[in-house]
Design a protein around this ligand. Structure first.
Ligand SMILES: Cc1cc2nc3c(=O)[nH]c(=O)nc-3n(C[C@H](O)[C@H](O)[C@H](O)COP(=O)(O)OP(=O)(O)OC[C@H]3O[C@@H](n4cnc5c(N)ncnc54)[C@H](O)[C@@H]3O)c2cc1C
Length: 292
């Protein structure tokens, strides 16, 4: 592997100018936990690494309408943040199942998103919480709903001259709960065979006003099971509607067989885990189960 040049600019504008001139040849290095392996395996061979550590992209800020997380917020920071735990508990729940402490200290939210793995663990809860991301270039910024970011395995709508700077989360309606579940070959240090996040919000009559069922590792991109969500919307939550939604979710995914799991197992587990996650989410809404 040829050694790339390395820059740690003090201002974002400098980094954006490098991206404008070099495009994909210049790669942002965040924690490096994905990037360095891809460089070692010659999947990527950038000529320049841009380290943004001197620029403050690791803030966690509550705003009027929600929360802003810098792209360089690490998984350990997510776990340590009381505010994230209080408002978006499925995020620390996903971080707890993520690798081990050394990788959590280095790995970032932005890296997990831009790497665009269909099995990325932080993506289903972020989509379930209606996250948007801010992509900056020297020409300005655009805000993209995270659910519209991914286009295929390792592929997304980020342009070669853009840097992901921020993740935005709107505050959830008052009666909301979410659940994250990860299925791997081991309890820790495993890439997901299936991962998912569910979120339900209910109105004062206990009718579902918002439903999110977001699945990873069962399609080329993290996938919202929108037909399954429709079954829950506008109705009270019952065991029957949960069972029906889980069956529908199974019809919506398009998994493959690979070294981690077979197609049939992934299909089966999609139904089982969606049902389990929705039951847990319902119990959280009624206060009979803790958050996350
Ligand atoms: C042992 C091990 C265990 C792992 N376990 C898990 C796991 O359980 N679950 C899971 O989901 N993943 C896991 N991973 C994968 C990896 O740790 C995560 O995807 C992590 O979040 C990547 O973040 P990073 O900061 O290290 O990204 P990097 O490796 O620095 O970057 C990844 C990609 O994103 C680009 N990038 C990063 N930040 C930006 C930005 N702000 N703007 C533009 N482009 C950017 C980089 O150029 C690169 O292409 C594991 C990896 C290892 C090595």
């Amino acid at each position: 592997m040829n050694s790339p040049d390395y820059m740690a600019p003090a201002r974002l504008a400098e980094a954006l100018e490098i991206k404008k001139n070099l495009g994909e040849q210049a790669r942002v290095i965040a924690g490096g936990t994905d990037l360095l392996l891809r460089m070692r395996d010659a999947v990527l061979s950038p000529s320049m690494l841009i380290d943004l550590r001197r620029i403050s992209l690791n803030g966690i800020e509550i705003t009027d309408g929600g929360m802003r997380l810098g792209a360089f917020v690490s998984l350990s920071q997510v776990l340590e943040s009381d505010d994230i735990g209080r408002y978006f508990p499925a995020l620390p729940a996903a971080c707890r199942e993520f690798a081990g402490p050394p990788i959590r200290n280095r790995g970032t939210l932005g890296g997990n998103i831009v790497n665009a793995s269909p099995a990325a663990d932080l993506v289903p809860p972020l989509i379930a919480y209606d996250a948007s991301i801010v992509l900056q270039s020297s020409g300005g910024e655009r805000v993209v709903p995270l659910g519209e970011f991914f286009t295929g395995p390792g592929q997304s709508v980020i342009r070669p001259d853009e840097i992901l700077t921020e993740i935005r989360l709107p505050l959830m309606p008052a009666s909301s709960a979410a659940t994250f579940i990860k299925l791997g070959q081991r309890r820790s240090m495993a890439i997901s065979q299936v991962n998912l996040a569910t979120r339900l919000s209910v109105d004062e009559s206990a009718v579902v006003s918002e439903a999110r069922i977001v699945l990873g590792a069962v399609a080329p991109v993290p996938l919202r099971a929108t037909a399954a969500e429709q079954i829950l919307l506008g109705n009270e939550i019952t065991e029957a509607s949960i069972r029906q939604a889980a069956r529908k979710a199974r019809e919506e995914v398009t998994p493959i067989s690979d070294v981690r799991a077979s197609l049939g197992y992934r299909l089966e587990m999609t139904e089982v885990l969606v049902r389990r996650a929705l039951l847990e989410t319902r119990d959280r809404l009624t206060g009979s189960s803790p958050d996350g």
